[in-house]
Design a protein around this ligand. Structure first.
Ligand code: DON
Length: 601
């Protein structure tokens, strides 16, 4: 039995740094490690609601972790049938579109980071692009006010990239045919899935928007959300998935499905409305030509390091890799982090995020439209330069940071490792829960509202409170900047240690980084690293967010005295999915803040 009173402080020397560890002397049951000092149950503040010392799902050979148990099982089904991690990831992607319709999708987009057992790495960008008819001020009304059209309704969608991305990943790195990896998703859509309490609640929470745009026919039988335990059959979606399984991506981007999407964009649109007034009149802009022209992009994966560990992550059009990498480079400038949960530790971590977000919000954008200084932002010397701007006893207001410029949910992550050692980290999204709300009749799927990730109006916050710059302004066929951060961490021997990512807009970046810090600096087990209280800082608003109960009163007072404006939240608003190598196999889990599951064998 663990006894909290048995804690002792131990300082452990590593080649790079000295790490302060809080070890529980008698905790062999939670010691899961692959080298380095043992991991023991962490000590969380007494008011914190997730316990430490719990176990994640363990498997010896292979693991799939996602926001939906059914989707994780679909991935394992494909692995057991001889598929590799990419086959399984594609199976999970399509299965999530059925079992996790609030975020899993074929009407959205995402990013996939791959690390093969032979050491090759790849990064696939299948982010949505703005329709060809999109224009800079499309969400600003005649009074100069930002409208909701970038979030709700037909004009909110970028051209979906999910089907093109998943089929492209399979074609290049998969080993099984498309119809085989899509079989579990097709079966779930055609035969139905059992609705659990989480799905029932998520549909119920968005009933109004689902009803408004036609999805109620499937998702609100009898006018309300299906009760837990009932079956949800999605015949139209099954038909669309069958078409994709037979014809490949063109089953979605050309012909029947593409025409259904384009027709839906016109529904309810007043006749003769001027091109530049379409968005404000509820008309969609996407055409069959936009769909036909969509292409995913293979990117050079972003490679950064942290205290001897290597990170493989997503470059733009996601900001995830750069912002996680830059934050960790800043923190590496400290000889070791202050003890977990102390005001000093929260301060340095928040300050690193704050500085990295200033760059994120002003310098990052679709690389086809802006020159992004990737090497500079991820260099160690730049990290050190920013680290030196952190005063140890005082918060620096964002507007006083040297590189500050006044220019101005729902996502899901899944991780797969196979028995050969291939690893895949994928994050996909519709943006908000059920995206724009627009459901394609006949096609059976929801469209994204990803256009809100652009800078719709410089100086004005988007859904996530992000105040972003000119570089991320709307332009035809441009990808909107994302925060999705699928990441693979290698240990100092070059072996996969972590495969992770999350959902929650900009909080994806800070939550992913904190799980990495918890594993590397704080030597936590996977379960503790995921259960530990988190903080968030995104430069603007210049507020330190923390989870209620996650900071003790003294630390909170000290942070206020340092000059922080603080905001306590029930939940930080992000959740992470992760797999971690442990002695004898793998551990995997969805965030305790969420309802998914890891399945392995
Ligand atoms: O790409 C992005 O950064 C956002 N569209 C992600 C949205 C998200 O994570 C919502 N989930 N809770």
């Amino acid at each position: 039995m663990l006894k909290r009173s048995d804690t002792s402080l131990l300082r452990v020397a590593t080649p790079q740094t000295v790490i302060t560890l809080i070890l529980v002397a008698c905790a062999p049951s939670v010691q899961t490690t692959t080298g380095g000092p043992p991991r023991a149950a962490a000590v969380f503040p007494s008011g914190w609601h997730y316990p430490s010392g719990k176990s994640a799902t363990f498997a010896e050979r292979a693991m799939v972790a996602s926001g939906s148990r059914l989707a994780s099982e679909a991935g394992v089904e494909i692995l057991r049938a001889g598929g590799n991690a990419v086959d399984a990831a594609v199976a999970v992607g399509f299965a999530l579109a059925v079992a996790y319709p609030e975020a899993g999708n074929i009407g959205g987009g995402g990013f996939m980071v791959i690390r093969l057992a032979d050491g090759r790495t790849a990064a696939l960008d299948y982010r949505e692009v703005a329709p060809g008819a999109a224009y800079r001020e499309m969400y600003i009304d005649s009074a100069g006010q930002l409208t909701k059209a970038g979030l709700i309704g037909r004009a909110a969608s970028g051209v979906p990239g999910a089907v093109a991305g998943l089929t492209e990943a399979l074609a290049r790195y998969g080993s099984l045919p498309l119809d085989k990896v899509m079989a579990p998703a097709i079966r779930m859509a055609a035969e139905g899935i059992e609705v659990d309490s989480a799905l029932s609640a998520s549909i119920g929470g968005k009933a109004a928007i689902i009803r408004e745009f036609g999805g109620g026919r499937v998702f609100l039988p009898g006018g309300s959300a299906p009760a837990p335990g009932t079956r949800l059959v999605q015949s139209e979606l099954a038909e669309t998935l069958r078409l994709i399984a037979t014809e490949g991506a063109s089953g979605f981007y050309r012909g029947r499905v593409a025409e259904m999407i384009a027709a839906e964009m016109q529904r309810g649109c007043p006749p003769g409305v001027a091109e530049r007034r379409r968005a404000s009149n509820g008309c969609g802009l996407m055409t069959t030509r936009d769909l036909e022209q969509y292409k995913p992009a293979w990117r050079t994966p972003l490679h950064t390091t942290y205290r001897g560990y290597s990170l493989i992550s997503m470059p733009p059009s996601s900001s995830g890799g750069i912002t996680v990498g830059e934050s960790l480079n800043i923190l590496e400038g400290f000889q070791g982090l202050p003890p977990f949960g102390s005001a000093e530790q929260v301060h340095v971590v928040a300050s690193a995020f704050q500085r990295a977000f200033v760059d994120r919000n002003s310098k990052l954008a679709d690389p086809a439209f802006a020159t992004v200084p990737v090497e500079q932002l991820t260099s160690k010397s730049y990290g050190l330069q920013l680290q030196k701007t952190i005063s140890l006893d005082r918060h620096t207001p964002t507007t006083e940071l040297p590189n500050y410029s006044s220019e101005g949910m729902e996502t899901t992550h899944y991780s797969v490792v196979d028995a050969q050692g291939n690893a895949v980290a994928t994050t996909t999204t519709l943006n908000e829960l059920y995206g724009s709300g627009v459901w394609i009749p006949g096609g059976g799927f929801f469209m994204n509202d990803e256009m809100d990730d652009f800078t719709s109006q410089p100086g004005k916050p988007n859904l996530f409170g992000l105040i972003q710059g000119e570089r991320n302004a709307i332009a035809p066929r441009k990808r909107m900047l994302s925060a999705m951060s699928p990441t693979i961490v290698l240990d100092p021997r070059g072996k996969v240690l972590l495969v992770l990512g999350g959902r929650g807009g900009p909080r994806i970046i800070t939550s992913t980084a904190q799980v990495i810090l918890n594993v590397i600096d704080n030597r936590m087990t996977l379960s503790d690293a995921m259960s530990a209280p988190r903080i968030h800082h995104q430069a603007l608003p210049d507020t330190l967010r923390y989870e209620n109960g996650g900071l003790d009163a003294a630390a909170l007072e000290r942070l206020k005295a340092m000059g922080y404006a603080v905001q306590g939240l029930r939940n930080i608003g992000a959740s992470v999915v992760a797999i971690m190598r442990v002695r004898g196999g793998w551990e995997g889990m969805d965030d305790p803040r969420s309802t998914g599951a890891a399945v392995g064998y």
